[in-house]
Design a protein around this ligand. Structure first.
Ligand code: SF4
Length: 311
């Protein structure tokens, strides 16, 4: 079988990581390549394992997303799913995956089993921390129902559904890009896109780029004019939503930013044609607060036990 090639592509998360820490970006997109192979190089396998690490907060957000996706899938099959059933699903996932992580099942398969930052880096997790994580999931699911999304999405007819968390690619100029839309459907003459968020709106820098990206993707994928696309960032824990329509000028500015990003990313590479980088060309961040919650700490500083306390 032909070997997979690490081809360059752009995504919102890639652009964010590039801004956050160049070294982390290198580990995530280059050093971990082929690390899924059992016979792959040790360093790549370590980076691939560390790439899968999530902290409690991100894990709660991921579980909320997965339960909402399951609810929508159920609605599409004509089966309502009660809030109690959703919360029970959330609780089961929390319990099962906590155990998986505590027992280090990720050793068998790093992508299949959850690896929590707090376990891997030996942080103390109090019963209160665990209760807060569960409450975060429950609150997000409760808000999904209370804010009227469950009711609205139950009534979307089969032919109006466009996408539920499908990873898809498109082109921005000649740049291959990826997008995952939490959910998209036709609502009369409009296309409605919902992006579920479990963090806070005021800490969500880059949210507008994400929404423009989704609108461009939708316009391309479903051949729709930009003005017919409504993108909503739904902050479940805060119970607020910001609805956006993307203007043509915003789309132009966004494309320009993507081209600039791509040029900066390519400049870092030792061999841009073959998309090959070297660790020494990707310096560490000087913001140690980021290191205190970075899954790559072990490979970056050579010792798991040195990870600084979270601020
Ligand atoms: S530990 Fe710090 S410097 Fe190293 S990759 Fe993570 S954030 Fe970057």
């Amino acid at each position: 079988m032909a070997q997979l090639q690490n081809e360059f592509s752009w995504s919102i998360s890639r652009a964010r990581l590039f801004e956050e820490c160049l070294r982390k970006y290198y580990y995530y997109y280059y050093a971990s390549w082929n690390g899924w192979e059992e016979t792959g190089p040790e360093h790549a396998r370590l980076c691939y394992r560390l790439k899968q690490i999530v902290d409690l907060r991100a894990w709660a957000g991921d579980i909320s997303h997965r339960v909402i996706k399951a609810a929508i899938t159920s609605y599409r099959m004509g089966r309502p799913l009660s809030l109690e059933a959703m919360q029970s699903m959330g609780r089961n996932l929390l319990n099962r995956e906590w155990k998986e992580s505590a027992e280090s099942l990720w050793v068998r398969h790093p992508k299949k089993y959850v690896n929590l930052f707090e376990h891997y880096y030996n942080r103390t997790v109090s019963p209160e921390d665990r209760a807060a994580t569960r409450q975060r999931v429950f609150d997000a699911l409760q808000a999904f129902v209370d804010m009227g999304y469950a009711e609205e999405l139950r009534s979307v007819s089969t032919e109006d559904w466009l996408s539920v968390e499908e990873l898809d690619q498109f082109y921005i100029g000649d740049v291959k890009a990826w997008a995952v839309i939490d959910c998209a459907f036709r609502r009369g003459a409009e296309i409605a896109i919902y992006d579920w968020k479990t963090g806070r709106a005021n800490g969500d820098e880059g949210a507008s780029d994400q929404l423009v990206c989704y609108a461009l993707f939708a316009a391309h994928k479903w051949s729709a004019p930009l003005q017919s696309i409504r993108v909503s960032a739904v902050y479940l824990v805060e119970r607020s939503a910001a609805v956006h329509t993307v203007a043509a000028e915003q789309a132009i500015e966004f494309r320009e930013r993507v081209f600039k990003d791509v040029a900066k990313m390519a400049k870092r590479l030792a061999d841009p044609q073959r998309n090959k980088g070297r660790e020494e060309d990707f310096p560490r961040t000087t913001n140690r607060a980021l290191c205190a919650r970075c899954g790559f700490f072990e490979v970056c500083f050579g010792d798991r036990s040195l990870v600084p306390p979270k601020e």
